[in-house]
Design a protein around this ligand. Structure first.
Ligand SMILES: *Cc1c(COP(=O)(O)O)cnc(C)c1O
Length: 424
């Protein structure tokens, strides 16, 4: 029995899909203790948009540590934090016409950023209800979990999860149904039974929920409903942000401007725990320490994040590269669908947050198991774990994408054949 089975809690999760011990990693490659190398189509669940151990980020980090830079995470002023804020303002906020946005550092996990965003919205509007969507995932601490749809996670709470109103996401009721119209109807009807929400929290592409991508027009409609009915728009960009869909923020393509944005996962650019909330300055009504925490600012993450803004976001080159790779990836996935189930398999997602929906979770799970045996680290998502999800580092090479697509092609062939044999 391994040390993990002996000592680590049953709550361990991702490791169960990949029963090997990883030891080293570089770019889009992971290497085990035995020296076997895998291509990484999971990227630390989207925390490694710039790949493992990016040489220039690593260099900046080593230099910072060697020069005895501040490493604790208490929210004191440090030069690393100053550089992060300057860099975020210069490369991210200003070019996107978000000059007036403030940055709030929360505890270092995504769920804590969501807690802070929801607290702030409630405080600003003086109303408890937040509207969230079917299949949304916003984290596993109580406040954020109330907004999360997943029953498996919700069930872990053991108490009631309150003050969230659930709405159907884009496409939930089928094509051609604009679910924002339903929302607006409820808001306009004084007898609908809906308590006026303080805010709406939404992912533009639902990562854990199965790569459901909201249509740009639907997002604009949602923004308009928020404006007409005095509700704040929170975009949870923890997974879809930091370049994943081809722009720094996932909502840029739709041309909307949320009031509050949560960021985490790839924000540190190096897989380090780090989260932040950014919002319109006039919403900044917190009193000092009102949302507090001991680790509100990981200095090591400040260093790598600031460096990444400078390296990847000082012009459009990287974004265009991501868009080009995404087209290549999605064309490859489409071909795979034509080969193995044009009527049963479905392309999902947007940008480098794309994948294939299978008719059920069993097929998807057979595919990822077979893919892992052939050198590919990849996971599923969705209500039934039915979506094979390609969450590659954005810095992945085309050859590595092709390797992964090829492994998936063979994995689908084998899994579909096994299923047909069983059925006959
Ligand atoms: C992962 C995720 C979270 C939660 O982040 P944690 O760091 O796991 O707490 C919240 N929202 C979205 C959209 C996520 O993908």
């Amino acid at each position: 029995m391994s040390i993990f089975e002996q000592v680590e809690s049953e709550v361990r999760s991702y490791c169960r899909s990949f029963p090997v011990v990883f030891n080293q990693a570089r770019g889009a490659e992971l290497t085990t203790e035995e020296g076997r190398t895998y291509i990484d189509f999971l990227a630390g669940a989207g925390t490694l948009n710039y790949g493992h151990n990016h040489p220039e980020l690593r260099e900046a980090l080593i230099e910072y540590i060697s020069s005895e830079g501040i490493t604790h995470g208490l929210d004191m002023m440090s030069s690393a934090k100053a550089r992060f804020l300057e860099s975020f303002q210069q490369y991210i906020l200003k070019p996107r016409d978000m000059d007036d946005f403030r940055v709030m550092f929360t505890g270092p996990t995504g769920t804590n950023a969501v807690e802070a965003a929801m607290k702030l919205a409630r405080k600003v509007k003086g109303r408890p209800t937040i509207a969230a969507f079917t299949n949304g995932f916003h984290g596993c601490s109580a406040g954020a979990l109330a907004a999360t749809g997943n029953q498996h996670h919700r069930g872990g709470m053991g108490t009631s999860l309150n003050d969230v109103f659930r709405l159907p996401f884009d496409g939930y009721l089928g094509e051609g149904v604009d679910t924002t119209e339903y929302f607006e109807k409820l808001l306009e009807d004084p007898s609908s039974g809906l308590d006026h929400p303080a805010a709406v929290i939404v992912e533009t592409v639902q990562g854990e929920g199965g790569l459901n991508a909201a249509n740009a027009q639907w997002l604009r409609n949602l923004e308009a409903v928020c404006r007409r009915h005095d509700m704040l728009l929170i975009v949870d960009d923890i997974q879809a942000g930091c370049g994943r869909t081809g722009h720094f923020f996932s909502f840029e393509e739709a041309g909307i401007k949320p009031d509050i944005v949560t960021l985490s996962k790839s924000l540190s650019a190096y897989g380090l725990p780090f989260a932040a909330v950014t919002y319109r300055g006039e919403l900044d009504i917190w009193t000092p320490g009102e949302h507090n925490g001991t680790f509100r600012g990981n200095n090591l993450a400040f260093v790598t994040a600031a460096k990444a803004f400078e390296l990847f976001w000082s012009d459009n080159e990287f974004a265009e590269e991501v868009q080009q790779k995404a087209r290549h990836m999605r064309a490859g996935l489409e071909k795979l669908i034509r080969n193995h189930g044009p009527s049963t398999l479905k392309l999902k997602g947007r940008g480098l947050m794309s994948g294939i929906e299978c008719p059920d979770g069993d097929l998807a799970s057979d595919v990822i198991r077979e893919a892992f045996d052939n050198g590919l680290v990849i996971e599923t998502s969705g209500a039934h774990d039915q979506v094979v999800k390609c969450l590659v580092p954005l810095t992945i090479t085309q050859a590595q994408i092709d390797f992964g697509l090829n492994v998936l092609d063979q994995a689908f062939a084998k899994a579909v054949a096994a299923r047909e044999k069983k059925a006959s």
